[in-house]
Design a protein around this ligand. Sequence first.
Ligand SMILES: Nc1ncnc2c1ncn2[C@@H]1O[C@H](COP(=O)(O)OP(=O)(O)OP(=O)(O)O)[C@@H](O)[C@H]1O
Length: 266
Amino acid sequence: MKNSAPVIEVRGLDNRFGSHVVHQNLDLDLFKGEILGVVGGSGSGKSVLLRSIVGLLRPSGGQIRVFGQDLDELTSQERSQVEQRFGVLFQRGALFTSLDLLQNISLPLIEHCGLARSDAEEIARMKLALAGLPPDSALKYPSELSGGMVKRAALARALALDPEVLFLDEPTAGLDPIGAAAFDRLIVTLRDALGFTVFLITHDLDTLYTTCDRIAVLSQKKVLVADRIDKVAATEDPWIQDYFQGPRGRAASYAFQALEHSRLQE
Ligand SMILES: Nc1ncnc2c1ncn2[C@@H]1O[C@H](COP(=O)(O)OP(=O)(O)OP(=O)(O)O)[C@@H](O)[C@H]1O
């Protein structure tokens, strides 16, 4: 993936809130077709980075190039065209509670693409199926769904406009391990089938091992390292060592090695 063109280039990014500096001179590349896992301690600025890239937060300084265009140089109309090439799954799903799933997913198609309601609903049903939801979920409201189904519905909405880059903010948080593993497999399957690029914020070590092509570690206000997981896990940094070589990190690594071993034997 690293040989493909970066779809997103972040250079010298600064973000501060008052005197609180979150990012200082942060650099990051996201390459076409890869699944990049973004990790870091709580409050290290993962969500702020996501919001800066998707245009929800104006950075304090630095440059963000998206599809080869500098976000700062775009008119608001050009910006919104770029933003339509993104799909975002926010931490809490962010579905409209007063709309059923069909309406939730049709809405961006009607608003952004000007589709007739019947066409939008046909596409929405396809997106629900892609996200692994049964047809009868279409008329359900978010409050009627399990946590795992809410995540899938939010994924269906993030996929509504056929995004080229999918941003996922802790998509498996709150799911049981079986639901989380199924969601991870779904992301890989969809990426392989549809070819989009994924920016995936997670604390889930199993997700990092089984799903991500590269890992970016946010620490000390910047991206400390962005590389394959074996290289990252071997990086000499106290936070990285605690994270990857602690009991959970080692368990995830062993589980992944066992999985790879059994795949090779099949
Ligand atoms: N709008 C804001 N105003 C002031 N401070 C903010 C704002 N948004 C984020 N911050 C602060 O920026 C820091 C980074 O927040 P962010 O949500 O990016 O962390 P995170 O790495 O995603 O954490 P977590 O893993 O807990 O979700 C935090 O200290 C947060 O309080």
